[in-house]
Design a protein around this ligand. Structure first.
Ligand SMILES: [Zn+2]
Length: 266
């Protein structure tokens, strides 16, 4: 967490300024003796461990779905398959048409050379029909050849797309299995952490716990800040020496004058 971010935020409402509102009871010697800041710090360690795992769980949940890569590999494969279906249908149609023309031409040829037609005009007409049909068949066969080449190229694309989809699905399945495994492991850890957290919280006096919870909400999960070299590690401000000395005992709640976190020293 950035060290100076809080300086940019509006001041906290008076109601949560702890020196007046929330730490009244900490001034009494009997209560001060009951507060162990190290216990609060341990509680925060549990809370942070739980927070991290919950964040990761949410991230995992968001990824337990088909990826863009998988969706696009599947779409590309489906598209090429559809094209291949259309081309194959056109090919069949052309084959059928060419067959029809060839059959008609064969019938005319049979008539032309069968000896049954003798009229020159009729023979001439038949010859013309035959030539026209042959030209038509030739044109259809050219189209057919083009389509067959296209079918061939599309089949190759389809095979490539199928292999790509297969590999993408395999990778996705492997990743999903890993995510599910990690999810199960995190849930096991949480099931262990949460009762320990609750037990730790039950060790802490109510007012101190309430203050901790409020500060945790206000300070992005970190209610306790270490003091190092006289500085609050929550906001990096140099603390007044008197405050550092008070915090050193660890037996009363001392808050940072700037970020209001509870100060903790080893
Ligand atoms: Zn601070």
């Amino acid at each position: 967490m950035g060290s100076r971010d809080f300086s940019l935020r509006p001041p906290l409402p008076k109601s949560i300024i702890p020196t007046r509102a929330l730490s009244i009871s900490f001034c009494t010697p009997s209560f001060a003796a009951m507060v162990n800041v190290a216990d609060l710090h341990t509680l925060q360690e549990f809370d942070l461990a739980v927070d991290t795992r919950k964040l990761r769980l949410a991230d995992i949940e968001a990824h337990l779905t088909e990826t863009e890569e998988l969706l696009s590999a599947r779409a590309a494969f489906q598209e090429v398959e559809e094209k291949l279906r259309e081309l194959s249908a056109s090919q069949k149609e052309l084959e059928w048409d060419t067959g029809e023309i060839r059959t008609k031409a064969a019938a005319i040829e049979k008539k032309l050379y069968g000896g049954t037609v003798r009229q020159p005009k009729e023979l001439e007409d038949l010859q013309k029909d035959l030539e026209a049909l042959r030209r038509q068949a030739g044109a259809e066969e050219n189209k057919l050849l083009e389509i067959m080449l296209e079918v061939d190229a599309t089949q190759k694309l389809r095979d490539k797309g199928k292999a790509n989809l297969g590999a993408t699905e395999e990778e996705w399945t492997r990743e999903q299995a890993e995510l599910l495994k990690e999810k199960a492991a995190i849930n096991t850890e949480l099931a262990e952490l949460q009762p320990r957290r609750a037990a730790q919280a039950s060790e802490i006096e109510g007012p101190a716990l309430s203050l901790y919870e409020i500060l945790r909400t206000r300070r992005q999960g970190k209610a306790i800040a270490r003091v190092e070299r006289g500085m609050c590690q929550g906001c990096r401000i140099t603390l007044p020496m008197s405050l550092v000395q008070k915090a050193r005992s660890g037996l009363e709640v001392v808050q940072c004058v700037s970020c209001e976190r509870i100060l903790f020293m080893n």
